[in-house]
Design a protein around this ligand. Sequence first.
Ligand code: COI
Length: 356
Amino acid sequence: MLNIRVEKTAAPKQKPDMSKVSFGTTFTDHMFLMDYSSAEGWHDARIVPYGPLPIEPSAAVLNYAMNVFEGLKAYRTAENKIQLFRPDCNIERMNNSADRLSLPRVDPDDALQAIKTLVELDRDWVPSGDGESLYIRPIVMSVEPDVSLHCTDRCLFVVILSPVGCYYKTGLKPVSIAIETEDARTVRGGTGFAKCGGNYAAAQRAGMRAEAKGISQVLWLDGASKQYIEEVGSMNVMFKINGEVVTPTLETGTVLPGVTRRSILQLLRDERQPVTERLFSVDEFVRAAQSGAIEEAWGCGTAAVVSPIGKLIYQDREYTIGDGSIGPLTQKLYDELTGIQWGKLPDPHGWIVPVC
Ligand code: COI
């Protein structure tokens, strides 16, 4: 059990008007910090007012992107209780990502205690509007002031909180996504399965090219052959083809093992919906789209929840998915998942962890 020192803010901030908040731009009154050194391990757990971190310019996180992070949410139920969704999965993934980057693991019970204590302290920041929640961003980073590439001696575990609504400005409206043919997100043996800052930094250029054409995001192909569909970066993808749900396999190590992905696969299997996790090539996608076999496609992730895909663009050709509107299975999955998360539906798998 962590001994968490709490220093409350003397100047609580005004809560935002949620209708004007863009995703991930507003932060609560407090943050959790814990230091690591190879001599002492994790120590000095504390909650302090949210604010800038004292980090040297030589810190490894600033020079070599030595960080891993997570994204999970706290939800306010109709009974005014605050709850988390599968935080154990995020903590497990954070530690798997940390292994890949040679960063220290955080004890899962300590990480959960840190998250729960911080959320409970800032519980008034958990919004109550439709589709609104408190996004939780844990980060492990190397703050070692050393540019010699020996950089995991001194680390910091940080948790910050951000009240959020819909990730996409368009709400639950179908998004258009371009299949990226130039840049690569990762390759086998790389960091694709890890949630580390560098993956997202390398994805920016393609994302900005797409945005300039009015396209929301890019869908990544495997970095080596540019043949196999992998993920969007902010979300995993699923296709319903001739009645079967197909999603890229995790076996390549190049796709993020999404907690929402895993939960949706479980919900589909609960209902005996045929599902396969396998290699899915862009040629197969094109053939299926041309023959009208693609009934629905959606992205899924903590931030994006379940986001219908209305259109995919590949080599300058547009492929409309179904009739371009949200499909019935996509809507059902959105309703089921959010129903469990906000406590409106039973939680048969024990995914909900109460906070207060
Ligand atoms: C999440 O869904 O939690 C993510 O990390 C996506 C983020 C890059 C906005």
